[in-house]
Design a protein around this ligand. Structure first.
Ligand SMILES: [Zn+2]
Length: 302
């Protein structure tokens, strides 16, 4: 008898998409014995002035070269799924339904890929911002991926649980604190923490890349001689982050630290020619950094 999953695999996602409006699994690569897929959670709508305010006038040309127009930025939200053997590891949990109407579609995207939430074995967080953490709970405050182990960097977890954070983070990010705290408290007994340089799961290396948040983590996924770098929001866009990684931008909580992390990431990408998986990078978020003759880089989907 054909089960629902086989039906979805046979019919592909196109018919399903027509009925639900969900986004398909956007991109997929093989890496050694495993597969990396990105799944759309929708997109954010952010005032350009909030993300890129105060930058040199050159920013206008960079944005128009990158095809970005208007007063708002609408970055995609792409979650990475690493499947290797029995492991189905999701990086971040998406926004859930309570953050923005344009985001929170991860479960539909999983469905379109023929997966159930209970198939996810692990959720590994890059950081605890709303678009990455809030989807961990469903509308009933139950963990949205009921069979999963939850893993988060220790510095990041401790920062959002610290009672001083609400008073020191600044007004524009205060709602992030309340939202993170509520969720981290509800999932406290299911979270395992790890530190910079740890291997939270086989083949996955954690790399502290702070600045966007105090304990932001990137993850190198390695299988055989192949590797990919899940950069989270350390490379938060395909325009300014690549063209001028040294510019300090409003989307980073500690702007100087964010620029320093980008410099370290690009050094590593250049040395190892690694695949990039970026949460807010376009067309599914998979690609590479191409060095430009005038300095800086360009994001190229691949
Ligand atoms: Zn984000």
């Amino acid at each position: 008898m054909m089960d629902r999953r086989t039906f979805l695999k046979l019919t592909g996602s196109a018919a399903l998409l027509a009925s639900t409006g969900a986004s398909p699994a956007l991109s997929q690569i093989s890496l050694g014995t495993g597969t990396l897929t990105t799944l759309s959670d929708g997109n954010l709508v952010l005032p350009r002035s909030m993300v890129l305010g105060g930058l040199p006038a050159e920013v206008d040309a960079i944005l128009s070269t990158a095809g970005v127009e208007g007063p708002n930025l609408t970055p995609e939200c792409n979650l990475a799924l690493w499947e290797d053997g029995d492991a189905k590891v999701l990086f971040d949990a998406g926004s859930g339904t309570g953050f923005m109407p344009s985001a929170g579609f991860l479960i539909d995207s999983l469905d379109a890929a023929g997966l159930y939430p209970e198939d996810i074995t692990h959720v590994v967080f890059t950081h605890a911002h709303p678009d990455h953490l809030w989807g961990i709970l469903d509308d009933f405050d139950d963990v949205a991926f009921p069979e999963s182990k939850l893993l988060m960097g220790r510095v990041e977890r401790d920062y959002w649980l610290d009672p001083n954070t609400i008073d020191t983070i600044g007004q524009e990010r205060q709602s992030f604190v309340a939202g993170a705290l509520r969720r981290l408290e509800l999932i406290a007994d299911r979270i395992e923490v790890f530190d910079d340089g740890a291997v939270p799961l086989p083949g996955i290396n954690a790399w502290m890349t702070p600045g966007h948040t105090p304990g932001h983590m990137a993850f190198e996924v390695r299988s055989g001689s192949n590797s990919a770098l899940i950069v989270g929001d350390a490379l938060g866009n395909h325009h300014v982050s690549f063209a001028h990684p040294e510019w300090e931008v409003g989307s980073d909580q500690d702007q100087a630290q964010g620029a320093a992390s980008r410099a370290r990431i690009f050094d590593r990408l250049k040395a190892e020619d690694m695949q990039i998986i970026g949460f807010h990078l376009p067309n599914g978020g998979m690609g590479r950094a191409e060095a430009m003759p005038e300095g800086g880089y360009r994001f190229v989907n691949s």
